[in-house]
Design a protein around this ligand. Sequence first.
Ligand code: ADP
Ligand code: ADP
Length: 232
Amino acid sequence: MIQLEQISKRYYQGKREIDAVKNVTLDVQKGEIFGIIGYSGAGKSTLIRCVNFLEQPTSGSVRINGIELEGLKRAELRAVRRRIGMIFQNFNLLSSINVFDNVAAPLQLVKTPKEAITKKVRELLDLVGLTDKEESFPHQLSGGQKQRVAIARALASDPEILLCDEATSALDPQTTESILDLLLEINRKYKITIMLITHEMHVIKKICDRVAVMENGEVVEQGTVMDIISAP
Ligand code: ADP
Ligand code: ADP
């Protein structure tokens, strides 16, 4: 479903070269929850952003459902991206519009009929448990509630893949648990493939099927969660 082959990403900061990701090869299967763990600066965020070409890799190949992203025309890339939802540590909600409109935004962008939007948004808010918050604005919500809105928005275009960039890192332990439970439910119910990055082993243990460990831009270990936990 997600195939990364020999992905590298080099940034330039003035004269300095930073190899944020070095020759990473990963294969995420359909329906899987795949975690990437590593310390801050390991290259996790850069790598996950390469999956939907928010960052274009310096070299290597990204294939989504067999489609090579490099060289796609803008409209073709947009079509692939619609199959990939993403959520972030800081939620990235639009603060000037309410919960309903935040979730509706991706549907309005592709000119979905109004009744269909209302139906879909209500379904999603029901899924994430925020039916009573339709009219609220982001600043009126707790962190966990904001992430639920972001999840609903990410699911609006019925993606096959959900990318989670430190999605629970800004949340307290209890809220983290409830968001992870929601991600598990979404994975099971809708067969959505999930790729997540985190610096927290308990997140990996709770929901991931397989995990890759990143250090200094490289994947240094990869396997089932049991393999990684019991590794010496
Ligand atoms: P992680 O998500 O594991 O914390 P990142 O992918 O954010 O790691 O960062 C990996 C390395 O790349 C770090 O050294 C970081 O400073 C650098 N880096 C990340 N984004 C940029 C950028 N836009 N420009 C320059 N360097 C960057
Ligand atoms: P959490 O433990 O999930 O972070 P909070 O303590 O932040 O929860 O919020 C608890 C409740 O208070 C939530 O139901 C939320 O809707 C409400 N709330 C939080 N901040 C505001 C606010 N600025 N205005 C109105 N309601 C708020």
